[in-house]
Design a protein around this ligand. Structure first.
Ligand SMILES: C[S@@+](CC[C@H](N)C(=O)[O-])C[C@H]1O[C@@H](n2cnc3c(N)ncnc32)[C@H](O)[C@@H]1O
Length: 236
């Protein structure tokens, strides 16, 4: 069956990349990235066209953190948000990182020891967060939700562990929307499915919009990068 316009990646290769995705593949690839932090940072910064720091800062700033807050970093990876999160919550605040990959948890735990605030990193599935209800003031997820297969379950968990009124900020990637770059999508989707367990069709914006109030969405890089925010609460 033809998938349309791009002959570079054949349909069988596409199926192969998509079919590999799952918890085992995710742990394997992210354990590898965790052991090769330099490669991970180069990959992420390259994908964000050299603006990784600016995107992370924008995402954390949108949480409106106060000194003393408890903040959750879901799918924290090696902890690239930790410095800016720790600066925002200060020495009286606390940071909790959660990641499914042992390699990433090791790397993030080491990073956490260098911070001024309390930092705990837990190895867990974001769809079953090992945190009490309403136990954190804010949560961020950077480039992580789109690597997870069950977005509604993860978003439900985020709403459960955030206190009422607590803010969520998501930085993530999705296929290009701009016409000038859409031709790249078939190649990027398959490469990222293999390299990062990517689920390009995950409706993260829809799931957050359904569960959270006051959502905002800003897009960048031809619509392929976005920062999504929302506030936890029952009234909309
Ligand atoms: C692309 S990395 C992003 C890491 C980091 N947040 C960043 O901004 O660079 C995706 C991370 O999500 C984690 N992850 C994937 N599925 C997960 C799940 N179900 N539960 C928790 N973490 C998960 C991976 O182990 C990986 O560290």
């Amino acid at each position: 069956m033809s998938t349309g316009s791009v002959p570079i990646v054949t349909p069988p290769l596409g199926e192969w990349a998509f079919d590999r995705r799952g918890p085992e593949h995710s742990k394997r690839v992210y354990d590898w990235w965790g052991r090769h932090d330099w490669a991970y940072r180069a990959f992420v910064n390259g994908y964000l066209l050299g603006r990784e720091g600016a995107f992370r800062t924008r995402t954390v700033e949108s949480l409106g953190l106060d000194p003393g807050d408890w903040v959750l970093d879901v799918g924290c990876g090696p902890g690239p948000n930790f410095d800016v999160l720790a600066d925002a919550v200060g020495p009286t605040g606390a940071l909790v990182g959660v990641d499914a990959s042992e390699g990433m948890v090791e790397r993030a735990t080491a990073r956490g020891t260098t911070l001024d605030c309390s930092a705990t990193v837990l190895q867990a599935d974001a769809a079953r967060l090992p945190l009490r209800d309403a136990s954190v003031d804010a949560a961020c997820a950077t480039l992580s939700l789109s690597a997870m297969p069950d977005i509604p379950a993860v978003v439900d968990q985020l709403a459960r562990v955030l206190r009422p009124g607590g803010r969520l900020a998501v930085l993530d990637a999705r296929p290009f929307e701009a016409a000038y770059a859409r031709w790249l999508n078939p190649f990027i989707e398959r490469a990222a499915a293999y390299l990062t367990n990517w689920y390009p069709d995950a409706d993260i914006v829809g799931a957050v919009d359904e569960r959270f109030a006051d959502t905002t969405l800003r897009t960048f890089q031809g619509g392929s990068i976005y920062v999504l925010t929302g506030r936890n609460g029952t009234e909309r």
